[in-house]
Design a protein around this ligand. Structure first.
Ligand code: AMP
Length: 513
């Protein structure tokens, strides 16, 4: 049986799968025939689990056993218990991946073990979130060829890697995350110039604002809104109604909706203008990332941006196009925005998964990705310059092209005859770089041993590498280049025993059709 390649957009609210195996691009539909699979998981009492539209239908009647938006928890400590099993975000994402892989194997008439996938992640995902996504694929038993940044995937889908004349702003607003990237050609090679974004900004936030508007209207019409707020089923219905109204407002200027609770009937209606006013700050938040990314790209020498490529279902909201046209004066291209990422991932998967044939020129010129956030080293204190307080010493700046091989940073021991040293790397936590440890996120915690005996100030060389998919590796050497052993912990990397535990827990679930 030959292998097949697929591209998976593992989204916060919806996931999508495409393939370019055996020629043209092709969407892999969900089991119910829909184009997209809601990224929702429902655990039933009998140990079976459903994913997608069926799972989403239980948000209202059994919310405690439904998981929505797990992507927002990737890379975080967020265990959830269902029956006797404790599942981590990696385990729950693995359940979604298993469903998507099963749909792909049905469509392609192969086993899931014959699939090779490129899985997309927001460009602005940090190290921990990427590691967690990688672990999810391992738990699902799905071969992951590479993790690909979503705007890069969109770049392939829109053909940005072939367009040598126009630099593009990729504006990717999905259900839960927002990425923005500048893509163009640098000395003949397609590259990302700069990325920015927010890992917790997306359609869900627009839904929440609409839900608030709907509650206000309900409170005006109801005598006992306290009861309504306590009723989980009604709360679930209302948030589903909010998403529907939001979609409707992308087509029309107002959206009416009737809801019932017992004998009460609520006539709700939201005008587009009211919705836009209530979410103006969210658009401005996107705008701040756009301003930062365009400034960063300009500093790095990117040519003038000539167009905006829209990606992600939330870019269907007219307020987004209005913002881009008004504030950036850019022509906007929008083409199947909720499938562009999966389509682009499939293009790369086919390129990576196909055996290399001699004399066949590569059909896909790879878009060089960049490091999304600066990485720095925790320095306890330093003499020159005199800095008695801990601070983060910048080691790699954001938007450095990937891969980065063995970037060398030197540190020194403090004590006489110090044999061991703790090495901590931090990733920029906020929108801008900061030297204060509390503004950064720990991503690597290691201990170097067997440091050659010397008086305080003995040099340790750290070699930092970052792969095409943003995963990090660090090794240490002595001043005389002798490799030094280092025990380390990378944030988001599950240890083998936890992967085995999650794999067993996920394998024990019966995936409902
Ligand atoms: P994605 O992750 O790219 O599939 O985007 C999903 C998000 O897009 C969800 O928050 C959807 O509610 C939102 N979305 C999809 N279609 C529309 C639409 N027509 N208008 C507004 N938002 C939409």
């Amino acid at each position: 049986m030959t292998s097949h390649t697929i591209g998976i957009d593992l989204g916060t609210t919806y996931s999508c799968v495409y393939t370019c195996s055996g020629g043209g691009e092709r969407l892999i539909p969900a089991a119910d025939g829909a184009d997209l699979t809601p990224s929702v998981v429902y655990f039933e009492d009998d140990g079976s689990v459903s994913v997608g539209a069926e799972a989403k239908s239980h948000v209202q009647d059994d919310p405690d056993n439904v998981v929505v938006g797990i992507k927002r928890q990737m890379g975080r400590e967020f265990p959830l218990q269902f029956g006797n099993e404790i599942l981590t975000p990696e385990g729950i994402s693995a359940v979604i991946l298993k469903r998507l892989a099963k749909d792909a194997s049905n469509a392609l008439n192969c086993r899931t073990s014959d699939l090779k996938a490129v899985i997309t992640v927001p460009a602005y995902f940090g190290v921990a979130e990427k590691e967690a996504t990688h672990a999810a694929a391992r738990i699902a038993g799905l071969e992951c060829l590479e993790l690909l940044a979503e705007p890069v995937a969109a770049g392939y889908a829109y053909g940005a890697h072939k367009d040598s004349t126009t630099t593009s702003l990729v504006f990717d607003l999905g259900g839960g995350t927002f990425d923005v990237a500048v893509i163009g050609i640098d000395q003949g090679t397609p590259r990302i110039w700069a990325v920015d974004g927010e890992t917790r900004l997306g359609g869900l936030d627009w839904d929440a604002r609409l839900t608030d508007i709907l509650w206000e209207q309900i409170e005006h019409q109801s005598s006992d809104s306290e009861d309504l707020r306590a009723d989980e089923e009604f709360v679930g219905e209302l948030s589903a109604a909010a998403e529907q109204i939001k979609r409707q407002l992308s087509q029309s200027m107002s959206a009416p909706k009737t809801m019932r609770y017992g004998r009460q009937k609520f006539s709700l209606s939201v005008a587009r203008g009211v919705f836009e006013e209530a979410t103006r700050d969210l658009v401005l938040q996107c705008g701040q990332s756009v301003e930062r990314v365009t400034a960063a790209a300009r500093t790095l020498g990117a040519p003038h941006i000539g167009r905006a490529l829209l990606v992600g279902g939330s870019t269907r909201m007219p307020m987004i196009r209005d913002y881009l046209a008004r504030s950036l004066n850019l022509p906007v291209e929008i083409n199947d925005p909720d499938k562009a990422v999966a389509r682009g991932a499939a293009v790369l998967a086919e390129h990576l998964g196909r055996p290399t044939l001699i004399n066949r020129p590569s059909e896909v010129e790879r878009i060089t990705p960049v490091l999304p956030r600066s990485i720095g080293l925790y320095i306890h204190s330093s003499c020159e310059p005199w800095r008695p307080e801990p601070y983060i010493l910048s080691a790699l700046t954001a938007n450095t092209p990937l891969p980065i091989a063995h970037h060398e940073v030197s540190v020194a021991t403090i004590l006489h005859n110090q044999e061991r040293a703790r090495i901590r790397l931090y990733e920029q936590g906020g929108a801008v770089v900061s030297e204060r440890p509390e503004d950064n996120r720990l991503i690597f915690d290691g201990e170097v041993s067997e440091i050659p005996q010397a008086s305080g100030g003995s040099e340790i060389k750290l070699l930092i590498s970052v792969g095409m998919d943003g995963r990090i590796a660090v090794t240490a050497r002595s001043r005389k280049n002798k490799p030094l052993p280092m025990e380390c912990f990378i944030e988001g990397v599950l240890d083998d025993s936890e992967v085995a535990r999650q794999t067993q827990a996920v394998a024990g679930l019966i995936l409902a059709d």
